[in-house]
Structures are given as C-alpha cells and as structure tokens.
Design a protein around this ligand. Sequence first.
Ligand SMILES: [Zn+2]
Length: 139
Amino acid sequence: MSNQITIQPTKFVNVRSGDSSLGVRVYDNYGQSYTNTWESIPDDDLEILKLVLELEDKVVCAMMDFLQEDQKTIDIGGEYYSWDEIKYLFLDDEEMINDDMLKCDHCEKWIDVEDAISQGTHHSSEKWCPECVKGKQND
Ligand SMILES: [Zn+2]
C-alpha cells in the first residue's frame, strides 16, 4: 500500500477551557505531528504547504523529504496535488530549469517548457502559460 502524506488545516480546541488555536496536522501511515501556533490558516493550499516546509519539526521534515524523494501526491485538506504541481516549492530555480520548467513571464507560475506559449511583444519575446494566454484573449 502506498504511503499517503496528508496536511490537514486544523482548528485545535481545548475541550476543558474552550481555548482554540490554529495550525495543521501532518501525518502519513507511519507518523504524525502538528503545529498549532499559526495566527491564521491561508486559504491557498499551496501557501499552507509553503508554511509546512518551513517547520523545523523532525517528523514533518522527514515526511517532506520522503515526499520529494518519491515524488508523491500530497493531500492538503482533502485536495490532492501531484508532485508536478508542488515541486517548485521543493526545488530551487536552477533545478526547475534543469527539469525543463520555466516561469511564466506574466504570472510567474512554473510551467512545463512544452506548455509555454511565445508572446511576441515590441521589445522581447515572452513565454506565457496557457492560462495567461487564454486570459489575454478574453480581454
Ligand atoms: Zn501565466
């Protein structure tokens, strides 16, 4: 059975005092950890993942290493993200370029080189992602 890593945005409630705090639970088939010191939980799942990657928790770090090594899909609050969707958070710019990815010149999202669409402009030729090109056509 494959090991699924899950990040669960969580409101922790003390059942005696009623005090609550915010953070995430991070778990897989073998271990679990949590942090409950966040002021708020981002709406954007990938922003949540970014914060999780900054945690200095040993259990969480080991899970994130495993995720990167095995290029796994991650579950963030019930939504599944493939390695391709999240890898830019794990790799530095140079590694992404080696992996044939480039940044959309418009929205700065990482895209596959093959998905990039050339946008001829007056000064230079920009590479845009398909979504930005579509947005432009709808203007
Ligand atoms: Zn774009």
